[in-house]
Design a protein around this ligand. Structure first.
Ligand code: AMP
Length: 409
């Protein structure tokens, strides 16, 4: 398929040429016509699938024929969980909309509110926001929602995980009843379905790549190791495997900071991104990593969500995540677009439950590799043998009840 057949204007098509996109990704093929037709949508798609353009392109197209927004108003509201993701969506809007005259801005917490209030003063056609800051701006009369025609909830599952449900509900209550709703989520949990029920009007459901499967181009391994030897093992791997760059995931902010300290004591150049870092610090760390100035980027799941780093060769799970779906998100950061990637996990005995949960989700046992000098004293228990879908026994058919005299089927 080509972009021309999706009904997008020349202004948008030219911007896509500038970006070097040849054809729409599967999620874009599915979402763009449905959104342009005015439907609500419930889309299951992870970061890396091209989902952002999947909603930004049709929004740009639809708003191009509408009158501009009035002061302190917006026509399209995009809610997203993290500052990084908000900033990236806004960058995409600027890139795809560069030949249009639409105004857009992005607002998130952790930075001064005044410049954001100034930007909203004359109105913007598209507003990207994290929920908390958006409510602050509403309370200060910097934004009114009366003219919102399109609402996007991006990474809805993550917004719920981060406890934004109350903020989201407060925002929803302030929006006009008649509007188009677009919900994007990496998973369709019961909570998401519940949220969707109260929000979406006869949504079209779209989904790309089977849920919760890991990219086949990602080679996955795990190293059993004692907890207190993990940092040493990581240094060893960085050197012996000659990792030029790696994204390392830690479960906690404290753990991420500690790891950066330990790596720097070992002369390995690293930086951390997590929720306690200021926006400026996070942006700088990400930029330096992209430029190759930082060798190891240590991130928590929430901070890493949505960061766009192309073709990362190596992802490391320094700790296993508590939520098994996060494992899939984490390793989805490597092996993109057909390139090979590697994901390794350093697993200590106390993480066996998380490992069981992950293996049950990805439906195979991750290859275990023992490294001399790091064989754990506290042995990692065996994985549960994975029962493949094919070998699972079919449930028996219930027996038919015998007929009573005089009865017929
Ligand atoms: P997303 O899933 O929206 O975070 O997008 C992942 C990456 O894919 C981003 O770097 C986009 O710039 C890129 N991308 C999005 N759509 C396309 C496309 N149709 N062709 C090539 N790259 C794309």
């Amino acid at each position: 398929m080509i972009f021309e057949s999706l009904g997008l204007s020349p202004a948008i098509l030219n911007a896509l040429v500038d970006k070097g996109y040849n054809s729409p990704s599967p999620i874009q093929e599915q979402t763009i016509p449905v959104i342009l037709a005015g439907n609500d949508i419930m889309a299951c798609a992870q970061t890396g699938t091209g989902k952002t353009a999947g909603f930004v392109l049709p929004i740009l197209q639809m708003l191009s024929t509408r009158p501009f927004a009035n002061s302190n108003r917006t026509l399209a509201l995009i809610l997203t969980p993290t500052r990084e993701l908000a900033a990236q969506i806004h960058e995409s809007i600027l890139a795809y909309g560069k030949y249009q005259r639409l105004r857009s801005t992005v607002v998130f917490g952790g930075v001064k509110i005044n410049p954001q209030m100034m930007k909203l003063r004359s109105g913007v056609e598209i507003l990207v926001a994290t929920p908390g800051r958006l409510l602050d701006l509403y309370q200060q009369n910097a934004i009114r929602f009366n003219d919102v025609e399109i609402l996007v909830l991006d990474e809805a599952d993550r917004m719920l995980d981060m406890g934004f449900i109350h903020d989201i509900k407060r925002i929803l209550a302030l929006l006009p009843k008649k509007r188009q709703n677009l919900l994007f989520s990496a998973t369709f949990s019961n909570d998401i379905r519940q949220l969707a029920k109260g929000l979406l009007n006869q949504p079209v459901e779209v989904s790309v790549s089977p849920q919760n499967t890991t990219a086949t181009t990602v080679k996955q391994k795990l190293y059993p190791v004692d907890k207190n030897s993990k940092a040493l093992l990581l240094s060893h791997l960085i050197r012996s495997e000659k990792w030029f760059q790696a994204l390392v995931f830690c479960r906690t902010k404290h753990g991420a900071n500690k790891l950066v300290k330990l790596l720097s004591q070992d002369n390995i150049n690293s930086a951390a991104i997590h929720g306690n870092k200021s926006q400026a610090q996070r942006t700088k760390a990400l930029e330096n990593f992209k430029l190759g100035k930082v060798q190891i980027l240590v991130a928590t799941d929430i901070a890493a969500r949505g960061i766009d780093i192309d073709q990362l060769p190596q992802v490391v799970n320094f700790d296993l995540p508590n939520v098994p779906e996060d494992y899939v998100h984490r390793i989805g950061r490597t092996g993109r677009a057909g390139s090979n990637g590697h994901a390794v996990s350093l697993v200590s005995a106390d993480e066996i439950k998380q490992l069981h949960d992950i293996e049950r989700l990805v439906k195979f046992n991750i290859e275990r590799v023992n490294i001399e000098g790091f064989i754990p004293q506290n042995k990692l228990p065996e994985s549960k043998p994975f029962q493949s879908q094919q070998t699972k026994r079919r449930p028996k058919k219930p027996k038919r009840k015998p007929l009573l005299e005089g009865q017929s089927r």
